[in-house]
Design a protein around this ligand. Structure first.
Ligand SMILES: *Cc1c(COP(=O)(O)O)cnc(C)c1O
Length: 388
């Protein structure tokens, strides 16, 4: 399997088939498993042999999904979670104790921000935010008790790009764990392991499912570090359901085809908006005017499926424009076959203070578009009539 290219791995990595000889994976919705004998049960519980015990620990469907994720992300081991946030929290909580310190990019997902600023301080873990666009500042933030560097690239919703190579070197030199939320790029566009990531986290809810159906997540790491993740997750219970794992594993089979179209259409929309007289600015990682375009092209295969922009009239007409959309829907999800338009300042990032929003570039007029798989001319036409 290791010799195959991404597409073949995504399709051909699979669990063993049952005696029925099914071509597609079966589903195993069972909470527990039967042991061959009392000795078998004893040996499984002692960790002396591999096998399924209980679906909070493992299940054939969640195993297939996580093994495929590991293969695609070039990571050794992983734990599948019920949501992306369970993966974010688990990947952090597994490695920090009271008195530890984290350096994180200020541009992180809204709920991840709540973990850093509201939850972890209750257990004595502090976080210093750094500017994703100012790699020089990262080194200065490292303290003797720094355990982890957490980053998200491209970031949500700013579409800022973190220089993964620089971050990897910094983490290695300082003995700090590098944890990357790879949700926006997916392993098809970028594999943080190439730059030294110790932990890669995912919200599988987004492009991995890709069809707006289920929630899921993944924590991917090394054989050595997985012990701590397993301990935390097996005992605190963020397990992914077998049915959702089955859906997500199937979804991975088409990830590469979907991502290519998402990226192609997002680029086309970005170029359209970029020349529109009523648009103030457009941000897209592969667009000429993106401040980190060179880095983005070095570490990503394509520019991703999201575009952000603001009208010249700023926040004044943003609701009017959103309400005029016909085919495109206003929603908070992303990475769906359906194009989704979001106003982060009033929804996903409304819990941040105006100062916090300003510091990560979320203006009151910023619109985030998750470009779907509909015909791109229809998408542009709808945006065009809404801008008016
Ligand atoms: C959505 C998202 C998450 C959280 O994932 P859920 O599956 O909704 O829990 C984390 N990080 C990023 C970048 C996201 O977009």
């Amino acid at each position: 399997m290791e010799d195959y290219q991404f597409e073949s791995k995504a399709i051909r990595a699979q669990m063993e088939r049952t005696p029925y000889g099914e071509h597609s994976a079966p589903i195993f919705p069972t909470s527990g498993f039967v042991f061959d004998s009392a000795e078998h049960a004893r040996d499984l519980f002692a960790g002396e042999i591999d096998g399924n015990i209980y679906s909070r620990y493992s299940n054939p469907n969640t195993d297939e999904f996580i093994q495929k994720m590991c293969l695609l992300e070039k990571m050794e081991a992983g734990f599948p979670t019920a949501t992306g946030m369970a993966a974010m929290f688990g990947s952090i909580a597994a490695f920090v104790s009271s008195g530890d310190h984290i350096v994180a990019s200020r541009s992180v997902f809204g709920s991840t921000h709540q973990i850093f600023t509201q939850l972890l301080p209750r257990w004595g873990v502090t976080t210093t935010y750094v500017d994703i666009n100012d790699p020089e500042s990262w080194e200065a933030a490292i303290q003797p008790n720094t355990k982890m560097f957490f980053g998200e690239t491209p970031s949500n919703p700013g579409l800022d790009i973190m220089n993964l190579k620089h971050m990897g070197e910094l983490c290695k030199a300082n003995g700090v764990l590098m944890n990357i939320d790879n949700c926006f790029a997916t392993s098809y566009l970028q594999t943080p392991k190439d730059f030294g990531a110790d932990i890669v986290t995912h919200s599988a809810t987004k492009f991995i499912d890709g069809q707006g159906r289920v929630l899921g997540g993944a924590i991917l790491t090394s054989e050595e570090l997985i012990e701590k993740v397993m301990f935390l997750c097996r005992h605190t219970g963020p397990a992914l359901s077998p049915f959702h794992a089955w859906i997500l594993s199937k979804s991975l089979e088409t990830l590469h085809v979907r991502m290519e179209r998402h990226c192609e259409s997002a680029f086309a929309l970005a170029e359209y908006l970029n020349q529109h007289p009523k648009v103030g600015w457009v941000k897209y990682p592969f667009l000429e005017n993106h401040p980190m375009q060179v880095i983005a092209k070095e570490q990503m295969k394509y520019g991703g499926g999201l575009v952000t922009f603001e009208l010249k009239s700023g926040a004044d007409e943003v609701f009017t424009m959103l309400n005029k959309l016909k085919m495109l829907k206003i929603s908070a999800n992303l990475g769906d076959t359906r194009t989704i338009v979001t106003h982060p300042a009033s929804t996903t990032h409304s819990k941040l203070s105006p100062e916090e929003r300003a510091s990560v570039g979320i203006t009151d007029g910023l619109v985030r578009v998750s470009v779907g798989l509909e015909n791109i001319q229809d998408i542009i036409k709808d945006v065009e009539q809404a801008i008016g």
